[in-house]
Design a protein around this ligand. Structure first.
Ligand SMILES: Cc1cc2nc3c(=O)[nH]c(=O)nc-3n(C[C@H](O)[C@H](O)[C@H](O)COP(=O)(O)OP(=O)(O)OC[C@H]3O[C@@H](n4cnc5c(N)ncnc54)[C@H](O)[C@@H]3O)c2cc1C
Length: 414
């Protein structure tokens, strides 16, 4: 199990550490054969260096945390629109280094899609990549460093696309008879181009838990089915009527704003309960993946079944919940929340269940991670995903930019 804050307890690390919210062991202090571990504290890289209001870009230093970056941008009338659940603690450099995806990705996109330029310090020298909005000057090297998890260099600043801070925000919740119908509705929105800023569909089990607390805010008549949260900001309000039309045609029924507003108010709270739950013998963990629309159901079933079988065999039958919150014209992410009784050794208990789920994800042809990154925990499945030659390419790049292998040893590259 990984926890936000692990970084601050660590005696060091072979890479940058500031946010420390990695949930895949990205900031574990591995020595990698060296005598000691060095941690780079990026907190003083905390500037908004430039805003180009005409091009709608901003240059941010890597040590800014989510709220600090948003506050600085708000002072200039802009927002980045990147709100992962770890927003309060995670940093701009961390978002870039892990290819993070926020809860408003339907409207603003993933972090790697926002980056137009980045500067990276490596032991072999500095790279400054991305001088135009699009380019045919060979492969896009920015993509090598986005997702490089501190193993190829230290991202010191990024220039990102920003948006005028929205003056209007509207929210609406919908109910679908089942997850398959709701999933199809999201596919239609993504393929039609009528996506709201936030689109988050819970399966029946997650809906059951959500609605238990949503009754007092308008979800009262709803029982069973699946809950979809939608939220529209700024320019996305213009597509709202088309979105509503498609959702209704696809079998959705509006529940009004209440449950969507309730979700918004509590969106960063859930993870803080984890340790308290462990204290009362309940284990709650999460994992995620992504697949194409045509294989999404198969992947979901495979992951749910593998988690259920593994935890049942350990004597702790789980409740496995799932939601979709990042959608694309060609597919979507699946985010699983698993709740079960705490075994004698909860770390080993989850490790075994996660291994079963990782194998199921890999067999089903989905990605081992849609946004949590590789770190230590997903490394063993990376070869399956990119092949031996793909791993060799990563190793070759590392040996060029980091010939002594000092950067975040043991992470990302198998
Ligand atoms: C409760 C919780 C909720 C989460 N929700 C989401 C979510 O909604 N969406 C999402 O995408 N992720 C989520 N995460 C995962 C995590 O927050 C992201 O991976 C985030 O991008 C990490 O940022 P950080 O600044 O904390 O990075 P860290 O955890 O400090 O580092 C992560 C990795 O990036 C490297 N790194 C960090 N900074 C730099 C830099 N400047 N240059 C080079 N490498 C660097 C580190 O070496 C490490 O390998 C969540 C995590 C938690 C604990």
């Amino acid at each position: 199990m990984r926890a936000a804050g692990a970084l601050r307890r660590a005696p060091g690390g072979g890479g940058p550490l500031w946010g420390g919210t990695s949930v895949v062991g990205g900031v574990e202090p591995e020595r990698g054969g060296f005598g000691s571990v060095v941690a780079l504290d990026l907190r003083r890289l905390d500037g908004l260096l430039e805003v180009d209001a005409e091009s709608q870009t901003a240059t941010l230093q890597a040590g800014l945390r989510g709220p600090e970056a948003e506050e600085l941008l708000a002072g200039r009338g802009f927002t980045l629109g990147h709100f992962p659940q770890s927003f309060e603690h995670a940093s701009i450099g961390g978002f870039a280094a892990t290819r993070s995806s926020g809860q408003a990705s339907a409207g603003y996109g993933r972090f790697d899609g926002m980056v137009v330029r980045l500067r990276v310090a490596t032991p072999s020298g500095e790279l400054d990549l991305g001088r135009a909005p699009a380019s045919a000057a060979g492969p896009d090297l920015r993509q090598l460093f986005l997702g490089s998890e501190g193993a190829l260099g230290i991202i010191t600043e990024v220039t990102v696309r920003v948006h005028p801070k929205p003056r209007e925000v509207e929210a609406e919740a919908w109910s679908f008879p089942d997850f398959a119908t709701g999933t199809k509705a999201l596919r239609l929105l993504a393929q039609d181009g009528a996506l709201p800023t936030v689109a988050r569909l819970s399966d029946e089990a997650e809906t059951m838990i959500n609605l238990a607390t949503a009754r007092d805010v308008g979800g009262g008549e709803q029982s069973g089915g699946c809950l979809l949260i939608t939220r529209y900001e700024g320019g996305r309000i213009a597509v709202r009527e088309r979105t509503r039309e498609l959702l209704a045609e696809a079998g959705g029924a509006s529940l009004g704003a209440g449950p969507a507003e309730k979700w918004d108010h509590g969106r960063y709270h859930g993870p803080y309960l984890r340790d308290a739950l462990l204290d009362v013998n309940a284990l709650v963990e999460t994992l995620e993946t992504a697949s194409t629309w045509s294989r999404l159901e198969e992947t979901r079933n495979a992951v749910r079944d593998s988690l259920t079988e593994s935890l049942q065999a350990q004597g702790t039958a789980p409740l496995v919940m799932c939601h979709i919150s990042h959608v694309y014209p060609t597919g979507a992410s699946l985010y699983f929340t698993v709740a079960c009784g705490r075994g004698e050794d909860p770390v080993a208990q989850w490790h075994e269940a996660k291994r079963a789920a990782g194998d199921a994800i890999s067999r089903s042809g989905a990605t081992i991670t849609h946004h949590h990154a590789v770190g230590l925990d997903h490394r063993e499945w990376l070869t399956d995903e990119i092949g031996e030659l793909g791993v060799a390419v990563l190793r070759a790049v590392k040996s060029t930019v980091d010939p002594s292998g000092v950067l975040n040893p043991g992470k990302l590259i198998p």
